[in-house]
Design a protein. Structure first.
Length: 321
C-alpha cells in the first residue's frame, strides 16, 4: 500500500506545469483544511472542526485579492472499531462553508451546506463521498471602475450590480492514518453569472468548472518527527492547470513547519502550532516568483482552528494533518 500511495503522489506531481488565475480563491494552507475544496471530508474527525481564515494577497497592490472564510463540519453517529481487528462503523458528516473574496470592485461571496458518507474499506483504509450545495453571489461596485473610452460600457450604469448563482460540488476521498488521495469538482453546474445593467448591453461572467486532485503521505522520519509531502493539481478550463508541491515536518504532533512551491507563481513558508485540544493556529507567507514580485511585498494568510465537542481531547487531527 505504501508503494501505491507514493506512486499516486508521483503521478499527480507531473500532471501539469502552467499557472494562470482561476475563479476560486488561492489558498496556501489548504492541506490543513481540504474540506474547503472537497465536501467528502465532512465529519472526517471525531469532533466538530471550525476554522476561520484571512488571506491578504499581493500586499502593496491596490485592489489585490482579500479572502475570508469560515468552515465548520462534524461527524454524525461515528463509532470506533471494537478492536484493531475489526473495521470501524460507517458514519455520516455534515458541514457548512462561508467565504468572501474581494478583488478590486469585484466581490464574490458563497455559502454552502455539505454532506458526506464515510465507509471503512478495511481495518485501516476508509473512503468517503460528499456533496456541497449552496449559492454564489457575484457583485460589482461600478463606482470603483474607471473607463478610458467614449463607447458606452454595460457596467457603467453606476451603483452595485449583483447576480446569485446555484453552486454544486462533488468529491471523493480515500484515507488512512498515513495517506490520503482525493478528487473533487466545484461549480459543476457552470451557471452563467450575468451582471445585468440598466443599459442596453449585458456583461456576463460564466462560472468555470474547477477540479482538484490531491495526494499526501505521512511517514516517520526521525524520533517524534513526521514528514508529510503532498501535491494538489487544480484544473479549470479554459485556464491552464495549476500545481502545488508541499512538504511539512510535524514535531511531536504539536508543532509544524512547511514550504510549498506553486509553479511559476510563488514560494510559500508555513508554520503552525496545535495549542490545545481546543485551539490551533497556522500562518503562511507567499513570496511571488512571477513578475508581480516587483510590485508587491508578499501574501499573508492566517488560519485559526477550533475543536469543539472534542471528548477525547485530541490535539493533533488524526485524519487531516
Amino acid at each position: 500500500m505504501r508503494k501505491l500511495c507514493l506512486l499516486v503522489i508521483s503521478l499527480l506531481s507531473i500532471a501539469s506545469w502552467q499557472v494562470q488565475a482561476q475563479q476560486r480563491p488561492q489558498l496556501s494552507q489548504y492541506m490543513l483544511n481540504n474540506f474547503l475544496m472537497n465536501p467528502a471530508l465532512s465529519g472526517i474527525e471525531d469532533y466538530a472542526d471550525i476554522r476561520v481564515s484571512n488571506r491578504r494577497q499581493w500586499v502593496g497592490i491596490d485592489g489585490a485579492p482579500t479572502t475570508y472564510y469560515v468552515t465548520a463540519h462534524a461527524p454524525i453517529n461515528k463509532g470506533a472499531a471494537s478492536n484493531k481487528f475489526h473495521k470501524a462503523l460507517a458514519h455520516h458528516g455534515v458541514g457548512a462553508v462561508v467565504h468572501t473574496d474581494k478583488t478590486g470592485p469585484l466581490r464574490r461571496t458563497g455559502i454552502s451546506g455539505t454532506y458526506a458518507y464515510h465507509l471503512p474499506l478495511t481495518n485501516t483504509i476508509n473512503a468517503s463521498a460528499g456533496v456541497a450545495a449552496g449559492l454564489i453571489r457575484n457583485s460589482i461596485n461600478t463606482s470603483e471602475l474607471q473607463f478610458y473610452r467614449d463607447t458606452p460600457d454595460p457596467l457603467a450604469g453606476g451603483g452595485n450590480i449583483n447576480k446569485n448563482m446555484f453552486d454544486l460540488s462533488l468529491g471523493l476521498w480515500v484515507y488512512s492514518k498515513n495517506f490520503s488521495v482525493g478528487i473533487a469538482g466545484a461549480q459543476l453546474l457552470q451557471d452563467p453569472a450575468s451582471f445585468q445593467s440598466v443599459e442596453i448591453e449585458e456583461a456576463a461572467l460564466d462560472l468555470q468548472r474547477h477540479y482538484f486532485v490531491t495526494g499526501s503521505y505521512r511517514f516517520a522520519a526521525l524520533y517524534k518527527v513526521d514528514l508529510i509531502p503532498s501535491v494538489m493539481v487544480k484544473m479549470a478550463n479554459p485556464s491552464p492547470t495549476m500545481v502545488d508541491f508541499n512538504l511539512r515536518a510535524l514535531y511531536d504532533e504539536r508543532f509544524w513547519v512547511g514550504a510549498s512551491y506553486r509553479h511559476k507563481d510563488a514560494l510559500v513558508g508555513m508554520v503552525g502550532f496545535y495549542v490545545s485540544p481546543v485551539l490551533d493556529i497556522g500562518y503562511s507567507y507567499d513570496a511571488s516568483i512571477s513578475n508581480l514580485n516587483r510590485v508587491n511585498s508578499g501574501t499573508h494568510e492566517v488560519v485559526i482552528g477550533f475543536k469543539l465537542l472534542n471528548d477525547r481531547r485530541i490535539i493533533c487531527p488524526q485524519w487531516v494533518w
